[in-house]
Design a protein around this ligand. Structure first.
Ligand SMILES: NC(=O)c1ccc[n+]([C@@H]2O[C@H](COP(=O)([O-])OP(=O)(O)OC[C@H]3O[C@@H](n4cnc5c(N)ncnc54)[C@H](O)[C@@H]3O)[C@@H](O)[C@H]2O)c1
Length: 246
C-alpha cells in the first residue's frame, strides 16, 4: 500500500468513529475527519489509536458546499491531495407515514443524506481529476433497496444515494475515479438513540444474522477505499446480515 490521504465525514458518529479508528491505525494513511458536531469529533479523536498517519479534524456541515470544499482544501493543503473520500454523514427521518410527514422532514433528509453526498463528490472530483486517481465510497442503506413503512424520506434519500453513486461512477471512470456505495442493514448505533427498544427488537428480528455492529461494516469500506477493489465501480455493496435475502 502506498501512502494515501483519506477524508471521512460524519466521523463523530458510531460508524464514522469506527472507520476513523480503523484507518488511523494504518501508518500509510493520513486522515482528514469532519463532522457537524465538535463534541462528537472530539470523542472520536480521543479514541484514535496511536502509531498511524497524521490526523486533521474540522467541523463541517455536509449540506453546505463551502464547508465541504474547505475540508477538501485542507486535505490538499496539508497532505497534497485526496485519494479516498468516505461520505458517511446521515440522519434518520421522523417516524411517520407519508401523509403525516412535513415538508421540512423531507428537506432535512435530502439536505444531509443526498446533498451531503453530492457536495462531497462535487468538492473532491476536481482534486481527483487532477490526480487522475481516487476512490469515493458513499453510505446508503439497505433501506434504499427495500421499503420501510414510516420511513419514506430515509428510504427515498438512500435510494437516491445509490443512484447518485452509479451515475458518478459512469461519469468519472475515465478520470481514474471509482465511486461505490455501501448499503448497511441495521447496526447498533447512536442514530437509533430515540427509537424505543421494542422497535429495534422488531428490526433485529428481520435480520437473519441479528443486528450488526460497526465492526461488521468496516471491512466493506476498507475494500472499496483500497486497491483490492480497483476494478469495482458503480456497485452498491449490501452488508445487511441477510436482511434483504428473503
Ligand atoms: N445505524 C444503522 O443501522 C445504519 C444502517 C444503514 C445505514 N446507516 C448510515 O450509516 C451512516 C452512519 O450512521 P451511524 O449509524 O453511524 O449514525 P450516527 O448518528 O452515529 O452518526 C452520524 C454522524 O453524522 C453526523 N452528521 C449529521 N448531520 C451532519 C451534517 N449535516 N454534516 C456533517 N455531519 C453530520 C452526526 O453528527 C453524527 O456524528 C449514515 O449515513 C446512516 O444513514 C446507518
Amino acid at each position: 500500500m502506498t501512502r494515501r490521504t483519506m477524508v471521512i465525514n460524519g466521523a463523530g458518529g458510531s460508524l464514522g468513529g469506527a472507520l476513523a479508528a480503523h484507518f488511523a491505525a494504518d501508518p500509510q494513511t493520513d486522515l482528514v475527519l469532519s463532522d457537524v458536531s465538535q463534541a462528537a469529533l472530539d470523542a472520536t479523536l480521543a479514541g484514535l489509536p496511536s502509531g498511524g498517519g497524521s490526523v486533521e479534524a474540522l467541523v463541517a456541515d455536509v449540506g453546505d458546499f463551502d464547508q465541504v470544499e474547505a475540508v477538501i482544501a485542507r486535505a490538499v493543503e496539508r497532505f497534497g491531495g485526496v485519494d479516498a473520500l468516505i461520505s458517511n454523514a446521515g440522519i434518520l427521518s421522523p417516524n411517520g407515514r407519508i401523509h403525516n410527514l412535513q415538508t421540512e422532514d423531507w428537506e432535512r433528509a435530502f439536505r444531509v443524506n443526498v446533498l451531503g453526498a453530492v457536495n462531497g463528490i462535487k468538492a473532491t472530483v476536481p482534486v481527483m481529476r487532477a490526480q487522475q486517481a481516487g476512490t469515493i465510497v458513499l453510505t446508503a442503506s439497505v433501506s434504499g433497496l427495500t421499503a420501510w413503512s414510516h420511513a419514506a424520506p430515509y428510504c427515498a434519500t438512500k435510494a437516491a444515494v445509490i443512484q447518485l453513486g452509479k451515475v458518478a461512477a459512469v461519469e468519472y471512470a475515465r478520470d481514474g475515479i471509482r465511486v461505490n456505495c455501501v448499503c448497511p442493514g441495521t447496526f447498533e448505533s447512536a442514530i437509533h438513540a430515540e427509537l424505543p427498544p421494542a422497535a429495534l427488537d422488531s428490526i433485529a428480528a428481520k435480520h437473519p444474522l441479528g443486528l450488526g455492529a460497526v465492526a461488521d461494516l468496516v471491512g466493506a469500506y476498507d475494500y472499496l477505499a483500497g486497491p483490492a477493489s480497483g476494478w469495482t465501480t458503480g456497485t452498491a455493496l449490501v452488508v445487511d446480515g441477510g436482511y434483504s435475502a428473503p
